[in-house]
Write a protein that binds this ligand. Sequence first.
Ligand SMILES: [Zn+2]
Length: 489
Amino acid sequence: MTWETIIGLEIHAQLSTESKIFCGCATRFGDEPNANTCPVCLGLPGALPVLNRRAVELGARAALALGLHINQQSIFARKNYFYPDLPKGYQISQYDQPFSANGELEIMTAERDEAGHPLEWRPKKIRITRLHLEEDAGKNVHEGLPEVDRYSYIDLNRAGVPLAEIVTEPDFRSSWEAYDYVNHVRRSLQWVGASDADMEKGNLRCEANVSVRRAGEDKFGTKVELKNLNSVRFMQRAIEFEVARHIQVLESGGRLAQETRLWDDRAMETRVMRSKEEAHDYRYFPEPDLPPLIVSSEFIESVRQEMPELPESRRNRFIQEYDLSFADASQLISERSLADYFEDTVKTCGNARGAANWIRSELLRELEAAGLSAAESPVAPEKLGALIRLIDEGKISGKQGKDVLVEMFKTGKNADAIITEQGLVQLSDTGEIDSLIDEVIAANPDPLASYRAGKETLFGFFVGQVIKASKGKANPKIVNERLRAKLKG
Ligand SMILES: [Zn+2]
């Protein structure tokens, strides 16, 4: 019996405004609890909300970055429920006339092998039910304060922070599709500056609705809602865990309950948070204190004009303009600062392939080890470009270049300065290279005999030995030429 996995996702992304969506309080993270509050976000009687224009601009950026249509009119609505972190007793959200509805976006996705490496990348269309604007609730605090076993504490700094909620249709068929989608959305929002989209700080939150059904069936199975997914990887694992649990329960003749479950990343399992027996009735009605939100086509056009070139368009341009592979171009657009870094490097060295290789292999390794983004790199793109030019001109070898880059990364010095300091020059003198080759050949009679007997794969061994004998200084092109002639005997 084969099973089909069905997943739908909801993302809440905090829009990167300075102030809250309906009042002037700061949205800063990490301030003293309740420092950033006022009568509006405290829900005091008589206080009136005023919509923050910047939140609408960033909401529009988010929608456009995802290729969604923006409705010229949307309506704010009250979503009524009681919870201690919701001082008004309702949340201002959008309901039947959201900011954007019935959209679709295309992601690139791939299943992964046992080691987590992508198999074959393919495009997949995901239907977006809606993207709407709303305010965040506050936070209950149960840790780090006196007598937390007796009291609940409430921090309302987050109450009223603007969010874009993005809801999909149940279109995902595997945990990796969901993983690739959340990364796509996160990157898109960061790219256009709509949201920091940092899951660890909680300014991008994700919930997954998961169910399974027997292959060929039309009816959906009982679904479970997963929360507390603090990273994209945890979300993927939580979905895998749930799918396996569902299949096991159903195959052993059991029944699943519709419930909300939390991911526990220490135990690596989900556990019940609450049952969904009593469905919420939020009694939505239009917010009487806010007029309909009207956005003109001029407004949308002006937002579009301010946006940078989007990642997918940039990837296609990299492939065409610089002759990069799909995989190389995809890696370079994984972050906007990295794509910028690449293009700035190309401008200096004029060698796109070289720039892509140096960034992907050498620079990213250093950045990762130092926990830095491309924008924070101690080696500016112009400096990397200059280094690549020196290698292309044959002044130093590629191998020396790697050491120079590590030194540049440590000291922030220019490649030129390091090369002078360390007396690095590429050995291109054929006479000196010839004598190194003679030494290597004399020291390796057995490999030489095998090579001459037809084992040509040993050529690489000899090249390696000569380069090593030159302490990495020998020009590999010359070594190749001279060695081939000498090995013939
Ligand atoms: Zn306020």
